[in-house]
Design a protein around this ligand. Structure first.
Ligand code: GMT
Length: 412
């Protein structure tokens, strides 16, 4: 089936940075309905969330989408006639201290491609997905089948884990072997070029959000449970890893809470949670802070949020901040990585240097101090999120798929 879709984008080179919602891809094209394999981590992490939302959006547009991963992705709920889920099983054996996931993944990819006539694979997060895709591609080449694969770089696969010399040679090699590469921000593209010797064009395709889905009326009863006296609601959501600086969230909130009646919701779980709980106890703010653990219905939680806090050491993009903004929450964050591409300083929120919790709390106070000012920031947050709306970004991936399927590759 052939569908004509007009894609507006700019032809750019690796030294120019596309603005929010624009990509490095170009021109008008005929797009066909494709069979697409998506490989991702199925967990609450941003890369898995983005990959799942992309798959769902592609299926809505008529493509057949095959998820290949070790567990049903958390955002893959409900039934869709053209979404398929293939579980990677990793048989254990007494010899294995480390069951060989990558081998099982590559074999499952081969099986799914052979039996479902996939046109391409799109792997999210380089480690180990790009290496497994390369292996699958080579196996199928022996059978005379060319299966292109696209690697999307999400952040820590480049800036943290990927740089570790235990992984670096395989990461660099498999990125270079990809038929196309995308990064979720200009910052991550630059980081990748400066970390690895990458010979190919890295296309920037920013994270996206379905703004309409996050445009919810707050549930009054829910708001009342959290903030019975009409306190301001601040929120943080992450996997509570060190890079998220969750203790900074507590410090910022503590300072805000000294000036404004407020409550803090902490969504998610991970290794830093015990330290964050301990800090809340030390600062005697336990009655004001709720740890709600991992949650599926983020739309409802964002809808009651006034201000989202993201003081991370690094964020390639900050998908959680974008989702918060789509729901009409202002943001105070660090200015690390790709966050300045997402947040407009003084308009929909503020950014400060990593670790500067005083500046962050002053900014938070400035936003929250009166109702009119808060409403102004909330409206601006929604407007900013629209630049990254699903309808602007998903066609950029479709355009890339089309280029790759036609064998139009760029090499520096
Ligand atoms: O933030 C995390 O720790 C999860 C991580 C992931 O790979 O699952 O998220 C990364 O990918 C998201 C989607 O592209 C980005 O929005 C996040 O900023 C990025 N996280 C980091 O760079 C730390």
């Amino acid at each position: 089936m052939i569908a004509k879709i007009r894609v507006k984008a700019h032809k750019m080179n690796r030294f120019s940075n596309p603005a929010p919602g624009q990509s490095t891809l170009s021109t008008n094209l005929y797009l066909r309905i494709m069979n697409i394999g998506i490989v991702c981590y199925p967990t609450f992490g941003g890369s898995g969330v983005l990959a799942t939302e992309l798959g769902k959006a592609l299926a809505d547009k008529g493509h057949n989408v095959h998820f290949i991963t070790y567990q049903q992705p958390v955002r893959l709920t409900g039934f869709s006639a053209n979404i398929f889920y293939h579980e990677v099983r990793v048989p254990t054996y007494p010899l294995f201290d480390y069951p060989p996931y990558e081998t099982a993944l590559a074999s499952t990819m081969v099986d799914v491609i052979r039996n479902n006539h996939l046109d391409l694979l799109h792997v999210h997060y380089a480690i180990p997905h790009a290496a497994a895709a390369y292996m699958a591609k080579k196996i199928l080449e022996e059978e005379g089948k060319n299966i292109p694969f696209i690697t999307t770089l999400h952040g820590t696969d480049i800036t943290l884990v990927g740089r570790d010399k235990t992984y670096a040679p395989v990461v660099a090699f498999s990125i270079n072997q990809s038929d196309a590469i995308t990064a979720v921000s200009n910052n991550l593209r630059a980081e990748t070029y400066s970390t690895f010797n990458i010979e190919k064009e890295i296309n920037v395709i920013h994270n996206f959000v379905d703004v309409a889905r996050f445009d919810r009326k707050p549930i009054d009863a829910f708001r009342k449970v959290i903030a019975p006296q009409g306190e301001r609601i601040l929120m943080h959501a992450s996997n509570f890893r060190k890079i998220k600086r969750v203790q900074d969230v507590i410090h910022v909130f503590h300072k805000v809470n000294e000036k404004i009646p407020s409550k803090l919701l902490l969504v998610g779980d991970g290794p830093e949670r015990p330290m964050a709980e301990e800090l809340a106890r030390e600062l005697k703010i336990c009655d004001e802070v709720r740890f709600v653990g991992k949650q599926n219905d983020m739309e409802e939680i964002f809808a009651v949020t006034d201000l989202f806090l993201l003081p991370s050491e690094y964020e390639s993009f900050g998908l959680a901040a974008l989702e918060a903004m789509a729901a009409g929450a202002a943001v105070v964050s660090s200015n690390a990585g790709g966050l300045p591409e997402v947040i407009e300083q003084g308009v929909c929120g503020y950014m400060a240097n990593v670790g500067d919790t005083t500046a962050m709390s002053n900014y938070a106070y400035d936003i929250l101090k009166d109702n009119d000012r808060l409403q102004q920031f909330k409206n601006a947050a929604k407007n900013q999120a629209l630049k990254f709306d699903i309808h602007n970004i998903v066609p950029q991936y479709e355009k890339l798929y089309d280029n790759v399927a036609r064998g139009e590759l760029t090499r520096h």
